[in-house]
Design a protein around this ligand. Structure first.
Ligand code: LMR
Length: 392
């Protein structure tokens, strides 16, 4: 039976991460996976998280089963974090804890597939590499819509032209902030235009918000999402605490479903719980318990998150400055204006391969780099390598 298993290609992110780990070169630089690192190359446990873990260790709460929907305090905290301090919006939402943002996307995909199996999920091109597998895994049809115009801008005309082919009830997958991989986000006017479009066409926005706090700030990064969910009767959100709480391996996420009013979401919870029950039963508690403490010490958490964001923004400017100083191609300057951890370099797969092979610098084959993986002492090495491979 097992000999029927075909050899599959490696995951585009995890395959390169393994190759990086196996690379013996001392000067290697990992800009592949979306993980924040400090200037020593370490991913810090945030102060609010360390405080939470000490308090939890002292409490030593029993490890009995929790609820199918996960930790209710965590769910309420995530609703406030993402949807804002907005009782009317929160009253029309139902939230469950999920196994990371990926788990949220999948359970929402499973719910859509059970409600309407012929739903098409429209996702950005370029987009996050795991979106398509997640929704195909749920049995839904994927379609792409344009995102990036030539250069550094969002191609709003292209977005709306491509989405004109979507049918009412189709899902439009959007990135709440810090678009992965381009770093190109809609401005406020564009969010309003997208919201009017989805409302007028009966499209269901599903907003993946995995980098809240890494663009402009916790609330500013959710502003477009809030415009969108207010404009439409039905919306969905997949949120993650991996990056903004640094809880990557704890797999902390939330799936949210918003209906037209509180009564309309009465059956959502049971439906989502039935789907997770048949899969992993319930999400793990530890990360959610940590997150509850983090919400309670928001000022401490937010200050550290703000300084992480400022560091990534400073690395962007330093890299763009270093590229300008050595007369690298002007197209590289676009990375100066991007939001969040990622930028998509104007480099072809063979140039990214050369970056890896000849310079020990790892980004994805499609040209994505994680700026948050850089140390300031590596900037000149990276700038010189980028110029070299772009001129080859
Ligand atoms: C990434 O895009 O690098 C992250 O979201 C990590 C992942 O699981 O893909």
């Amino acid at each position: 039976m097992l000999d029927a298993l075909a050899a599959l290609p490696e995951d585009p992110i995890w395959g390169l991460t393994s190759a990086f780990r196996a690379d013996p070169r001392a000067h290697k630089i990992d800009m592949v996976i979306g993980v924040y690192r400090d200037d020593k190359g370490a991913t810090p446990n945030m102060k609010a998280v360390r405080m939470a873990e000490l308090a939890l260790a002292q409490d030593s709460a029993p490890k009995t089963y929790r609820a199918l929907a996960g930790n209710a305090v965590f769910n309420a905290g995530m609703a406030r974090l993402v949807l804002g301090d907005a009782p009317a919006r929160i009253a029309r939402s139902h939230v469950i804890q999920t196994v990371g943002g990926t788990g949220a996307l999948r359970v929402l995909g499973d719910m859509l597939a059970s409600l309407r199996p012929d739903t098409t999920v429209w996702s950005t091109d370029p987009g996050y590499v795991n979106h398509r597998p997640i929704f195909e895994g749920a049995g839904l049809k994927p379609q792409l819509y344009r995102w990036q115009a030539k250069g550094d801008a969002l191609d709003l005309d292209g977005v709306l032209a491509d989405l004109a082919a979507a049918k009412p009830g189709d899902v439009v997958l959007l990135h709440g902030c810090c678009h992965n991989p381009t770093g190109i986000d809609p401005d406020a006017d564009m969010w309003h235009a997208l919201a009017r479009f989805c409302a007028a066409r009966g499209l269901i926005p599903l907003i993946d918000i995995a980098y809240q706090g890494f663009g402009r700030g916790l609330d500013a990064d959710a502003a477009g999402l809030r415009v969108m969910v207010d404009a439409v009767p039905v919306a969905m959100v997949a949120a993650s605490g991996s990056k903004n709480m640094g809880l990557y391996c704890e797999r902390i996420g939330a799936a949210m479903v918003l209906g037209p009013d509180a009564a309309s979401i009465a059956h959502v919870g049971r439906h989502l719980e039935t789907l997770t029950r048949a899969n992993y039963s319930m999400p793990p508690e530890h990360g959610a318990a940590v997150a509850c403490h983090v919400f309670d010490t928001r000022t401490i958490w937010e200050e550290e998150l703000n300084s992480m964001r400022a560091r990534v923004q400073s690395l962007r400017q330093q890299l763009a400055d270093a590229l300008a100083a050595i007369d690298a191609a002007p197209a590289f300057q676009a990375l100066r204006h991007h939001q969040g951890m990622f930028s998509l370099l104007p480099l072809a797969p063979d140039q990214m391969e050369s970056l890896r092979r000849d310079h020990a610098i790892y980004g994805t084959a499609t040209g994505r780099i994680n700026i948050a993986g850089l140390r300031s002492t590596q900037i000149e090495q990276v700038a010189a390598a980028l110029r070299d491979v772009s001129q080859a």
